[in-house]
Structures are given as structure tokens and as C-alpha cells.
Design a protein around this ligand. Structure first.
Ligand SMILES: Nc1ncnc2c1ncn2[C@@H]1O[C@H](COP(=O)(O)OP(=O)(O)OP(=O)(O)O)[C@@H](O)[C@H]1O
Length: 266
């Protein structure tokens, strides 16, 4: 029998029919006196995945953290489903984050919890699923991420790549309507990377998830994102569709896109 989504999309204010779910307006951020993000504005429409690309240190992670409410910008605004994230109190931001899925580079697994407990954490926090449902979902996800026997292991018994896969499972288990992935396949072998990209696409196709994916794996994200935004030294240098980025004559963008694709092939 088809189950209701565990985190029904209607629980968060949403605009449908291809409307903007994530809106970033004139965001600026400096760090230690240096500009990290300069006047960033863009939107991500419902059900789409935006690929956020650019050279190391150009500000991708900081931008993602600002959108999730983990870092405050110096100026500018972020709206998630029309809610002005900056206007929220800490407790409200914490509440909003429960409806987001986030996968950041530093895994952030709880060391004193087993793999199974780590993955189940967002569901237990939401308090909407029965223990039986939780166990079933965890088991299914463990198979999908290729770790069917790791349920009772602790994070310190896992390799970096395994931790990454567990973090991915934890980010998606509550089927959040909005997902942020910071380099979800970094450090993973090609087979596991394509598994993760497949799962990510499945989330989008099945749940209509809206997402932003930071990745250095251009070949990998080419097929899973509809649009791409490239940053360079904190500024947007490109925003458009896959067709547009493949045809762009902006030299910097061309070079980055082609070189990154070649790297992956080599
Ligand atoms: N809390 C913070 N707020 C603002 N800027 C920060 C903060 N922490 C680090 N930075 C700076 O932000 C800059 C951009 O870093 P960021 O991690 O966003 O780059 P990135 O594009 O994700 O790089 P990579 O591809 O290597 O992961 C760095 O120069 C860093 O010093």
C-alpha cells in the first residue's frame, strides 16, 4: 500500500507549479576583511536541482550554509518557500532545518550512535513514524547505499567514503522537500558516486525535491541538474541551463566546464 510521505510537503509553506522555492537576493558576505560572496541573487524553482560549481574557495559552501541559515550574510536576503530566513529566530531556524535535508562536507555523524541510529535520527526527531517504519526505511536505505551489513557499526569503524554514504542516507531518510548537497560524491569511487547520483535523482523524481548540489564532479552532475550556477571569487559568472553552459562563450566558464569534464574522464 503506498505510504504517505513522512514529511508531507504541505507541512511547509510551498509555492507550486514551477514557482521559486529558494530565492537568494543580493547576498554579500566577507570573512576576515575579505569579500567571500558579492551580491549573489538567483532562484531555484520547485522540483529542480541547481548545480553549484566553481573553483575551490570561490564560496560555494558558504553560500549553501547561508541558505540553510547556518551562517548569516552581511547583507541580502534568503527566502525558502517565501519565508525570509534572516527574519527567523534561532528556534524557528532550527525548526525550518528539520524540513531540509543537508549533506555537508564534514559528515557530522554522531560518534556515539550506530550507523542505523544516525540514519534514523531525523525521523525520530520528527516523531511521525513508527519504530517499525523507521527500521524498514533504514534497512532499505542501507541496501541502496551499498552498506547492508553496517547497521550496528559505529562511525569510527567506517572509512571516509562509507561515512559519506551514511550521511547521505541520514540527509534523505525523512524525504525532505528541499535538499542541499555539498559535494556528495567527493572521495567516493566511481561506482558509489553513480549510485549516490542515482539516488539523488530518484529523490527528485519520486518526491519532486527541490535541491542545490555543489560538486566538482562535472561529468556526474551534468545529467542530474537542470540548471547551473558558477561562482568565481565570490561572484556569479554564469547562471543557466545545461544547454546554455555547454554553448557559452564566456571563456572562464568554458575552460572550467571542459577541464573539469576532461579531469573526470582522465
Ligand atoms: N564562517 C565563514 N563565513 C564566511 N566566510 C568563511 C567562513 N568560513 C570560511 N570562510 C571563507 O570562505 C571562503 C570560501 O570558502 P568555501 O568553503 O565556501 O569555498 P568552496 O567554493 O566551497 O571551496 P571548495 O570547492 O574547496 O570546497 C574561504 O576563503 C574561507 O576562508
Amino acid at each position: 500500500m503506498p505510504r504517505e510521505p513522512l514529511y508531507p510537503r504541505s507541512k511547509t509553506p510551498s509555492r507550486r507549479g514551477g514557482c521559486a522555492v529558494i530565492k537568494v537576493e543580493n547576498v554579500c558576505k566577507s570573512h576576515l576583511g575579505r569579500p567571500v560572496l558579492r551580491n549573489i541573487s538567483f532562484e531555484v524553482n520547485e522540483g529542480l536541482n541547481l548545480g553549484l560549481i566553481g573553483p575551490g574557495g570561490c564560496g560555494k559552501t558558504v553560500l549553501l550554509k547561508i541558505i540553510c541559515g547556518l551562517i548569516r550574510p552581511d547583507s541580502g536576503k534568503v527566502f525558502i518557500n517565501d519565508v525570509d530566513v534572516m527574519s527567523l529566530k534561532e528556534t524557528e531556524i532550527a525548526e525550518l532545518r528539520k524540513s531540509l535535508g543537508m549533506l555537508f562536507q564534514n559528515y557530522a555523524l554522531f560518534d556515539d550512535m550506530t550507523v542505523s541510529e544516525n540514519i534514523a535520527f531525523p525521523l525520530r526527531q520528527a516523531g511521525e513514524a513508527s519504530e517499525e517504519e523507521i527500521q524498514e526505511l533504514v534497512k532499505g536505505l542501507l541496501v541502496e547505499i551499498g552498506l547492508p551489513t553496517a547497521a550496528q557499526k559505529f562511525p569510527n569503524e567506517l572509512s571516509g567514503g562509507m561515512k559519506k554514504r551514511v550521511s547521505f542516507a541520514r540527509a534523505v531518510i525523512h524525504k525532505p522537500p528541499i535538499l542541499f548537497y555539498d559535494d556528495p560524491t567527493a572521495g567516493l569511487d566511481p561506482v558509489t558516486s553513480s549510485k549516490i547520483f542515482r539516488l539523488l535523482t530518484q529523490m527528485k523524481d519520486d518526491q519532486g525535491t527541490t535541491s542545490i548540489t555543489v560538486s566538482h564532479d562535472i561529468d556526474g552532475i551534468k545529467d542530474i541538474c537542470e540548471n547551473f550556477l558558477m561562482l568565481d571569487r565570490g561572484q556569479i559568472v554564469f547562471h543557466g541551463s545545461r544547454e546554455e553552459i555547454e554553448e557559452t562563450d564566456i571563456k572562464l566558464v568554458r575552460q572550467f566546464w571542459d577541464a573539469s569534464s576532461d579531469d573526470e574522464l582522465g
